[in-house]
Design a protein around this ligand. Structure first.
Ligand code: EPU
Length: 417
C-alpha cells in the first residue's frame, strides 16, 4: 500500500492549478444515463472515484471514451444492466447517484445499500422518500434497494434534512417526470447549480438550483450536450490552508473564489492575507496564525469537507480554537493521529477544542477517510522532521496528483510504493 513521506517545515511558494470538482463530476457523469445521446464532459479530474464511477457506468452498458484534452465522452445508447453492485458501492457511496437517473429513464434500478462509512451513519432515506413521492416503489432485498416505476410523476418534495446527493438524485429523476417537481429544503452547494447547468444543456427545465427551492418541469426526453465541470472548491481550500499553515505564499489558478466565502472568512481571521480575482487567488502568510472558532453546516456555511484541514492549521495557531462538526457524527478520526504529532486537542461530543502548540513533531500516522488524509498531509507539512502518512488510497480518491502539486510548491514530499 502506498504511503507519503513528508519532511516538514518548508513554507509553500509558487503557483498551483486546481482541478475539476470531484463532487460536481460524479453526479454529472451519472447524468449521462438520462439520454441515449453522447454527453461530453470537460475538466473531469483524474481521481479514483471518477474511475470507479466510469467503471460502474460501463458495467451498465454505457460506452465511455477519453479525448486528447482529458474530456470524457459518455453514451448510454442502451442500458443493459441497471445495477450498482455492492463491490463498487462499498468503495464509493456516490454510486447511489445512479438511482435517480436509472429510475427516470428505465423505470428500474437495483442499487446496493452503501453500508458502513468511516465518517458517520449516512443513510439514504431522503433519496428514497423523494423517489417514492415521484411515484417509484422501493423494495429491499439481499442488501439492495430495488426501485421500479412507470413514468415518474412530478411532485412537491420537502426534504427533512439538507442532503447534497439526495437533492442531486431527485433533481435528475425529476427532469424526465411527467409534470412539475418542487424540491423544498434543497441543498445549495455550488455543485448543484453546476449539475443543473449540465442538465439544462441537455434540455432539462430547471429553476432555483443554488437556492433551497428547486423547480423542475419534466420533459419527454433529454439530448446530448457538452459541459465543463466547475473547479474543486475543497481542493482549493486544502491548498489555501496548506499554504497558510506553512507560512507560505501561493497563487492558485483555475478557481472559483465565489464558492469559498466561508472558508476565506475563516482564513482571514487566522491572520493570513488573501487576494482574489475572477479565477485566481493568492494566499500569503502574515506572521503568526491566530486561533479561530468554526462550525460546519450546509452551504453557504463552513463546509464539513474543510473541517479536518482547518484543525491541522489550528493545531499550531496562537490561542485555543473551537471546531463544531454538525454534519457527520464521526468526523474527528484525524484527532488521534494529530495527537500523535503533538497536537493538543480535546474532543467532547461534536466539539473539538484545539490548544495551539509551538510546533508539531513528525511521526507515522494513518489516514481514515479522504479529508482526514488531507489534514494529515498538512500536519506533516507543518511538523518538524519526517511524517509518514499511511493508507493514502483515501487521498487518491479525491485529490489529483497531490504530492506532485505540493512538490512543485517546494514541499519535500514523496510517495513510497
Ligand atoms: N442524510 C440522511 N439521510 C439521507 C441523506 C443524508 O440522514 O437520505 C444525512 C447524512 O447522514 C449527513 C447529512 O444528511 O449527516 C448530510 O449528508 P449529505 O447527504 O449532504 O452528504 P452526501 O450527499 O452523502 C456530499 C459529498 C460529501 C460531503 C457532504 C456534505 C458528494 C459525492 N459527497 O455527501 O463529500 O461531505 O455532501 O457536504 O457530493 C468528500 O468529498 O470527502 C465528501 C464526503
Amino acid at each position: 500500500m502506498d504511503k507519503l513521506v513528508i519532511e516538514g517545515g518548508v513554507p509553500l511558494a509558487g503557483t498551483v492549478a486546481i482541478s475539476g470538482a470531484k463532487n460536481a463530476a460524479l453526479p454529472i457523469l451519472t447524468a449521462a444515463l438520462l439520454t441515449d445521446e453522447p454527453l461530453l464532459i470537460d475538466n473531469v479530474p483524474h481521481l479514483r472515484d471518477v474511475s470507479t464511477m466510469l467503471n460502474l457506468l460501463m458495467q451498465m452498458g454505457v460506452t465511455t471514451s477519453l479525448d486528447e484534452k482529458g474530456g470524457v465522452e459518455l453514451r448510454a445508447a442502451s442500458i443493459t444492466k441497471p445495477v450498482a453492485p455492492y463491490e463498487l458501492v462499498k468503495t464509493m457511496r456516490a454510486s447511489v447517484l445512479v438511482l435517480g437517473p436509472l429510475v427516470a429513464r428505465l423505470g428500474e434500478a437495483r442499487v446496493s445499500l452503501p453500508g458502513g462509512c468511516a465518517i458517520g451513519l449516512r443513510p439514504v432515506d431522503q433519496h428514497l422518500k423523494g423517489l417514492q413521492a415521484l411515484g417509484a416503489t422501493i423494495d429491499m432485498a439481499q442488501g439492495y434497494m430495488i426501485a421500479r416505476a412507470g413514468r415518474l410523476r412530478g411532485a412537491r418534495i420537502r426534504m427533512d434534512i439538507v442532503t447534497v446527493t439526495g437533492t442531486e438524485n431527485l433533481m435528475m429523476a425529476a427532469t424526465l417526470a411527467d409534470g412539475v417537481t418542487v424540491i423544498e429544503n434543497a441543498a445549495r452547494e455550488p455543485e448543484i447549480p453546476d449539475l443543473a447547468a449540465c442538465l439544462t444543456a441537455m434540455g432539462a427545465k430547471i429553476s432555483g438550483a443554488g437556492t433551497d427551492v428547486i423547480t423542475i418541469e419534466g420533459v419527454a426526453r433529454l439530448h446530448g450536450a457538452h459541459h465543463g465541470v466547475m473547479p474543486d472548491r475543497i481542493e482549493t481550500g486544502t491548498f489555501l490552508v496548506a499554504a497558510a499553515a506553512t507560512g507560505g505564499d501561493v497563487r492558485l489558478t483555475g478557481v472559483r473564489p465565489d464558492t469559498l466565502d466561508a472558508v476565506l472568512d475563516k482564513l482571514r481571521e487566522t491572520g493570513v492575507h488573501i487576494e482574489t480575482g475572477v479565477d485566481w487567488m493568492r494566499v500569503k502568510a502574515n506572521g503568526a496564525l491566530k486561533a479561530v472558532n468554526l462550525r460546519t453546516a450546509p452551504y453557504p456555511a463552513f463546509p464539513t469537507d474543510m473541517q479536518a484541514q482547518f484543525m491541522a492549521l489550528c493545531s499550531v495557531a496562537q490561542g485555543t480554537s473551537r471546531i463544531i462538526e454538525t454534519i457527520f457524527e464521526n468526523r474527528f478520526m484525524h484527532v488521534q493521529e494529530m495527537q500523535r504529532l503533538g497536537a493538543d486537542i480535546a474532543v467532547e461530543g461534536n466539539t473539538a477544542m484545539i490548544k495551539g502548540v509551538d510546533h508539531l513533531q513528525g511521526a507515522t500516522v494513518m489516514a481514515t477517510d479522504l479529508r482526514a488524509s488531507a489534514s494529515l498531509v498538512i500536519a506533516g507539512l507543518i511538523a518538524r522532521g519526517a511524517t509518514t502518512v499511511e493508507r493514502i488510497y483515501h487521498l487518491d480518491r479525491g485529490y489529483e496528483r497531490i504530492e506532485e502539486k505540493l512538490s512543485r510548491l517546494g514541499a519535500r514530499i514523496r510517495r513510497v510504493r
